[in-house]
Design a protein around this ligand. Structure first.
Ligand SMILES: NC(=O)c1ccc[n+]([C@@H]2O[C@H](COP(=O)([O-])OP(=O)(O)OC[C@H]3O[C@@H](n4cnc5c(N)ncnc54)[C@H](O)[C@@H]3O)[C@@H](O)[C@H]2O)c1
Length: 428
């Protein structure tokens, strides 16, 4: 296997061609490997095979076209076409269920597919973020199905992904990586494989450590955002601008307070803290509380909006509210767990009309101007670049009532003639 990896003759199957799987497949294909993407969504298979990306990401169109035209990348929804590959890289989603416990059914189904088609000596890499101890459990499942012995007849690694949407193709190359093997040899093989395009540092460990490392990273961010959100909440009570206070506090050499806002979204941050504590017997509660604080931010934004409506004596049920931004982060089309959607759900029943505009996702209206014409309040829910340079004097003239609520610190100076509210900005 080592020599096949070095000569790039090892054949690779990537399972799941989403935000992580498709860029990963493209990187290996453009590094010279023959890659087959296995994906259960037919429409994704068709698009990939025609060289068209189904996700928005800088550079993806050229890189995908190059990979497909070279003949190194193709996609299929037929599991027989990934029979006997040297390497299987699993990149399926690992969401939470309704009850906030991990839904590992996609992962288990992918592992079962791999177990049916793999050969003796295959290397299986799990890139998906998973609860601690999952890789070891999945190795046992493969042993049961195949009769192979883990670490001897097949190799298995957890190789968590740390990329940020919008910077995926840079970060895939330059981020450092953690490879947690079920045996040291498994991690060594994965390191050799990923060295074909990774220029960042690579650290080897066991699979449970790498699972915990990945989950700690996102939990660290979630808990720190919750702390910033609590500071924002307190700032409202003291009538100060939390962003000024944070900027000043961050001049301390050992302080780096995160950014408060309308909430935390995306596929990862809202779920990974739950994945970290799920298999544990016990925990202290801090991680859960942070999740609750962050989940509550769309409701705090609703309170700000309703305060503003009260200030102009406009009953909410008569108000036309325009929400700018549906994606969970700026300049992305990803709406998974987006606080913008939570906010819309929270106000939906109570206000007269909700309009939406998002340059990447779509919405009820096709432009900011159309969406704000005749509106009583505008709520900024995503920090898309387009929203940072809006002319509020001009937009204000189109509105029926001039209320602006900023959930993302996009408007630095409250515009003249508006009732302005923002998360962490001045009195409640
Ligand atoms: N998106 C990110 O920014 C990011 C960053 C770091 C880690 N991760 C982790 O990576 C994993 C994948 O995330 P994503 O954002 O790429 O998810 P995604 O939903 O965009 O992609 C998953 C893909 O897998 C396909 N799929 C599901 N079950 C399958 C099966 N049994 N066989 C074949 N295909 C199957 C789905 O149809 C989908 O296209 C998750 O565990 C996530 O937590 C994501």
């Amino acid at each position: 296997m080592e020599s096949q990896i070095e000569s790039r003759t090892a054949e690779i199957a990537v399972i799941g061609l989403g935000y992580i799987g498709l860029p990963t497949a493209i990187m290996f294909a453009n590094a010279g490997f023959k890659v087959t993407g296995y994906e259960i969504r037919e429409e994704v298979v068709k698009k990939v095979n025609s060289g068209e990306a189904h996700i928005v990401e800088p550079e993806i169109d050229e890189l995908l076209r190059k990979a497909v035209e070279s003949g190194n990348l193709s996609a299929t929804s037929n599991p027989d076409e990934i029979t006997g590959k040297d390497v299987y890289i699993i990149c399926v989603q690992t969401p939470l269920g309704e009850d906030k416990t991990p839904n590992l059914s996609y992962l288990e189904s992918a592992v079962r597919t791999v177990a049916r088609v793999m050969k003796k000596g295959s290397l299986i890499v799990i890139e998906s973020t998973v609860p601690p101890l999952t890789t070891v459990k999945m190795a046992k499942l493969i042993e049961e199905i195949t009769g192979f012995k883990a670490g001897e007849d097949f190799y298995m690694v957890h190789a968590p992904e740390r990329v940020m949407p919008g910077r995926i193709f840079k970060e895939l190359v330059y981020n450092s990586r953690i490879f947690g093997g079920i045996t040291p040899q498994s991690a060594e093989l994965a390191e050799k494989l990923y060295r074909s395009f990774v220029k960042g540092q690579i650290f080897r460990t066991n699979s449970t450590v790498s699972e915990v490392v990945k989950l700690m990273e996102n939990t660290f961010r979630d808990v720190n955002i919750a702390l910033a959100n609590e500071f924002a909440y307190l700032a409202h009570q003291y009538g100060i601008d939390v962003f000024e206070a944070i900027e000043l506090a961050n001049t301390h050499p050992r302080v780096r307070i995160h950014v408060p806002g309308i909430g935390v979204g995306g596929h990862c941050l809202p779920k990974d803290p739950h994945l970290l504590i799920w298999p544990a017997r016990d925990d202290f509660g801090l991680i859960r509380l942070a999740r609750e604080i962050n989940d509550g931010m769309p409701l705090l934004t609703k309170d700000l909006l309703f305060e503003a409506l009260k200030a102009v004596n406009l009953p909410p049920e008569k108000a036309v509210v325009t929400v700018l931004g549906l994606a969970y982060k700026g300049d992305s089309d990803d709406t998974r767990n987006s606080p913008a959607l939570e906010f819309i759900e929270a106000i939906g029943e109570d206000v007269g009309e909700v309009r939406t505009y998002d340059p990447f996702v779509g919405g009820t209206h096709g432009s900011v101007e159309d969406a704000v014409k005749g509106a009583d309040a505008v709520v900024i829910a995503t920090d898309h670049s387009e929203f940072k340079s809006l002319d509020w004097e001009k937009l204000g003239k189109l509105m029926r009532t001039r209320i602006l609520v900023d959930g993302r610190h996009v408007v630095k100076e409250p515009p003249e003639g508006f009732i302005f509210k923002g998360i962490g900005r001045g009195e409640f």
